[in-house]
Design a protein around this ligand. Sequence first.
Ligand SMILES: Cc1cc2nc3c(=O)[nH]c(=O)nc-3n(C[C@H](O)[C@H](O)[C@H](O)COP(=O)(O)O)c2cc1C
Length: 170
Amino acid sequence: MDILIACYSRTGNNALLARFLADKIKADLEEIKGVRDRSQDSAVFRIVIDSLFGLKERIHKPKKKLSNYDLVIICTPAWIGRLPSPLRTYLALTRGSFKKYAIASLSGKGNNPKLIKQVRNLLGRKEVASLELKVPVKEGEDVVKKKVSLHELKMFEKEINEFVKKLKIS
Ligand SMILES: Cc1cc2nc3c(=O)[nH]c(=O)nc-3n(C[C@H](O)[C@H](O)[C@H](O)COP(=O)(O)O)c2cc1C
């Protein structure tokens, strides 16, 4: 089965999850990049506005052809409970080419039903599996600024393996 992981990551957490999954299941990776620089703290206000009003954002042209893949895993943070604007653009551009898809997300709450619903609405059907992980924080740490380490991600190995099982890859 040919699998693509399409990932958007502003601060690296979902990129880490995407690379971890890609290694585990031998998938290709597409990193979705918005045209706008969102890396600075000052971008947060703009993120909130774009997410609340569902504003579109231009992205760099994706490199991978979705019709070459049997399964696409959308790997994403949540912004105000919703899908980041670059991923909304990506799904709107590519939705006709999707066969099966799954969702993987490493977010502050680890539970964002609006985001899952948004992807279902955009793609017109349900995912084969979803994995929602919560960024681990110690007391006093700011969840929005937290960079998850590989060691911390590996603590979710059980959840990740269950997700992989549901993909029915072999
Ligand atoms: C403006 C903003 C809004 C956020 N809103 C949510 C939210 O509603 N629910 C949630 O679970 N996490 C929320 N987060 C936290 C991110 O999902 C979390 O930091 C994620 O790990 C970032 O992933 P990345 O490093 O791949 O960009 C928000 C982060 C930002 C910057």
